[in-house]
Design a protein around this ligand. Structure first.
Ligand SMILES: *Cc1c(COP(=O)(O)O)cnc(C)c1O
Length: 422
């Protein structure tokens, strides 16, 4: 039997991806091999446990696959340990919190309304329901994090876990100072590098590995792998929270984290996705990947400059990474209106709160733009200038349907030069 209904819809989605300009900062296009692994027979296999220590028979081949994935990601980041089973970034963070803190403990994260992530203590998320969150944010004047304020908040709140990392912050992170603060208050330091992971792997941004106890990331953003997550230990394997085994020995940090993934928060691992992760990590170990990440950053610089020259305001004035947050308040257009106008012209981006936003999360005053996906399509600096021209046209007349339609035709024609999955 052939399910025409669903496969027709998948074809429509492929068509949408081919024809449009993808500026959602958290999206990317995986290689064809990564997708092939995800659609493989490995989806049929139960493999609860870890390579060599499974609760099911017949795991000899998935054991090898998972071991290769672990070895490759350790090499890529210089980590001493990794667990590649988390189904997503949110699952990776859930496992870390289950491992490190108890319900009712205090956590300190980056404010969601300033660009943080739901899993860093938001009231609607498990992290804000089970734990007691406090937040640091960016300064109104600079759009940047002030480390003295982070320290003040940490000293006042005495959190057990401090999280650095964000979903919409265009500046680099001072992991070293975060660690000094964590040590001062006796907190575990988690870096969630879900967004900039690819740029960090290519050594274009500060390295969290020497400074953070634990590092989590998604695998599908700048890292350009399948949808998923993972957990790493940077340097010290020593368990900072003193959990003991039944025999009274101190458990290693890796054992506590492994246990928090399975059986703590997940059942069987997705071995087809782990195979795809292994392929993506192999790709990330190549020289091509470093050139790709350099182009991602160069394109972000170029897009930011082209938008600024057209009167757009970027939070913090620019970007160090692959993304930027545009403050639309001087344009008298909401994030929602801007997103709608762009999407109608096949330019996909998402509305986003800006720091100190007076509009709701459903309306917002900003949009977030990122270059990982368009860079995978093969776009360069001059293409970013063309994108800025389209964005400027659309945001200056977000209700002009004739204009939107003519931009859409231009976009669809332009993208024919950047083939996808031919
Ligand atoms: C995207 C993201 C996540 C969550 O990833 P999912 O795979 O969507 O669960 C977690 N943390 C940060 C900082 C992110 O940007």
């Amino acid at each position: 039997m052939h399910d025409k209904q669903i496969f027709d819809l998948i074809d429509q989605e492929l068509h949408r991806q081919r024809e449009g300009v993808e500026l959602i900062a958290s999206e990317n296009f995986t290689s064809a091999e990564v997708m092939r692994a995800m659609g493989s027979c490995l989806t049929n296999k139960y493999a609860e446990g870890l390579p060599g220590k499974r609760y099911y028979g017949g795991c000899q081949w998935v054991d090898e696959v998972e071991t290769i994935a672990i070895e490759r990601i350790k090499k890529l980041f210089g980590a001493v340990w990794a667990n590649v089973q988390p189904h997503s970034g949110a699952q990776a963070n859930a496992a870390v919190m289950l491992a490190c803190i108890k319900p009712g403990d205090k956590i300190l994260g980056f404010d969601l309304s300033h660009g943080g992530h739901l899993t860093h203590g938001s009231a609607v998320n498990f992290s804000g329901k089970l734990y007691v969150p406090s937040f640091y944010g960016v300064e109104k004047e600079t759009g940047r994090i002030d480390m003295n304020k982070v320290r003040e908040t940490a000293l006042r709140e005495k959190p057990k876990l401090i999280i650095c990392g964000a979903s919409a912050y265009s500046r680099d992170w001072d992991y070293k100072t975060f660690r000094a603060i964590a040590d001062e208050v006796g907190a575990v330091l988690l870096a969630d590098i879900s967004h900039p992971a690819g740029l960090i792997a290519a050594k274009l941004l500060n390295d969290p590995m020497p400074h953070c106890h634990i590092i989590t990331t998604t695998t599908h953003k700048t890292l350009r792998g399948p949808r998923g997550g993972l957990i790493m230990i940077g340097q010290d394997m020593e368990n900072p929270f003193g959990e003991k085994t039944l025999k009274g020995e101190l458990k290693s940090l890796s054992a506590v984290l492994d246990g928090a993934v399975f059986p703590g928060t997940q059942g069987g691992p997705l071995e087809h996705v782990i195979a795809a992760k292994a392929i993506a990590f192999g790709e990330a170990l190549s020289d091509n990947f470093v050139s790709y990440q350099k182009q991602v950053a160069a394109n972000a610089q170029s897009l930011a400059a082209a938008l600024v020259s057209r009167g757009f305001q970027i939070i913090s004035g620019g970007t160090d990474n692959h993304l930027m947050l545009i403050d639309l308040r001087n344009k008298n257009v909401s994030g929602k209106q801007a997103e709608n106008a762009l999407v109608k012209a096949d330019i996909t981006a998402n509305k986003n709160m800006v720091p100190y936003d007076d509009k709701s999360p459903f309306v917002t005053s900003g949009i977030r733009l990122g270059t990982p996906a368009v860079t995978t399509r093969g776009m360069k600096e001059k293409d970013m200038e063309q994108i800025a021209v389209w964005i400027d046209t659309l945001i200056n007349s977000p209700e002009n349907e004739t204009l939107i339609n003519s931009v859409k035709n231009e976009v669809n024609e332009y993208m024919k030069a950047f083939p996808l999955y031919e």
